[in-house]
Design a protein around this ligand. Structure first.
Ligand SMILES: [Zn+2]
Length: 257
């Protein structure tokens, strides 16, 4: 027995020496602790950069054939949509029964330079939601001397052209309503049953995202106008008010459960 014990001890010491000499240290026990990483599926992707070099991040959840784009803060002083959009990403991650049916693309901040200073406009003083190529657009100093003069509107335009979403939800403030362009009436009627915002057709604004997507390209687009006071709400409170309405737009005409 003692001889076996000595042999085992010598063998273990020899193995340790060999591993040390070859640079391979025995793996300490703690290395087996579970490592939790963000799945690549949910990692944000930088689509490009704002005028002042801030990244514009796209979150994609799911891989299904129905594509839905949700975006917020194309006007930098309308910040409630940022919290709501980020909360949406977190909720979608755990609603895994939706992943095989829907690809949901979320842009929580289209206009990061405007958000940084609380301005509706981007760093060049352009209203990005008037900078799109639509028949009703007006060239001007605040709408752009032509369409897509701004990197932020180019990025959003290119994403829509490349991905061809089936529906778009654009979150704004403070007009307290559900507006739509293109064939989006059915969507807002369902959304209105799940949130306090009434349906109100505001009319297509010149060179807006709604005009470009809904009127020019027949993509249903909802302009979700939250209230002014919603800027003071937490993400959880915003989700309680509007979360199910957004989910119902994503899964329209189906219900999200
Ligand atoms: Zn707005």
């Amino acid at each position: 027995m003692r001889l076996d014990l000595i042999r085992t001890t010598i063998a273990a010491a020899a193995l340790t020496c060999l591993l040390t000499l070859t640079g391979c240290q025995p793996v300490p026990r703690e290395a087996y602790a579970p490592v939790i990483e963000t799945p690549p599926l949910f990692a944000p992707r930088h689509l490009g950069y704002s005028v002042l070099g801030k990244p514009i991040e796209l979150y994609t959840v799911g891989y299904g054939p129905e594509k839905v784009l949700v975006l917020a803060a194309i006007h930098g002083n309308e910040i409630a949509g940022i919290s709501l959009a980020k909360r949406l990403v977190d909720r979608l991650k755990i609603l895994d029964h939706l992943h095989s049916q829907y690809t949901v693309m979320v842009l929580p901040i289209v206009n990061p330079d405007g958000v940084a200073v609380g301005s509706r406009f981007n760093a060049n003083g352009i209203d990005l939601n008037r900078n799109f190529p639509a028949a009703n657009r007006i060239n001007s100093m605040s709408f752009g001397l032509q369409s897509l003069t701004e990197p932020e509107s180019q990025i959003l335009h290119d994403l829509i052209v490349a991905q061809e979403p089936d529906r778009i939800i654009s979150i704004h403030q403070p007009l307290n309503c559900l507006d739509y362009d293109g064939p989006g009436e059915g969507i807002v009627n369902v959304m209105a049953t799940y949130c306090p915002l009434p349906v109100n057709k505001l009319g297509s604004r010149s060179g807006s995202l709604g005009s470009f997507c809904g009127v020019e390209n027949n993509i249903p687009i909802v302009t979700m106008e939250l209230t002014e006071a919603d800027s003071n709400l937490s993400a959880a409170e915003l989700w309680d008010l509007y979360g199910f309405a957004v989910l119902s737009a994503i899964t329209y005409p189906n219900l999200p459960f």
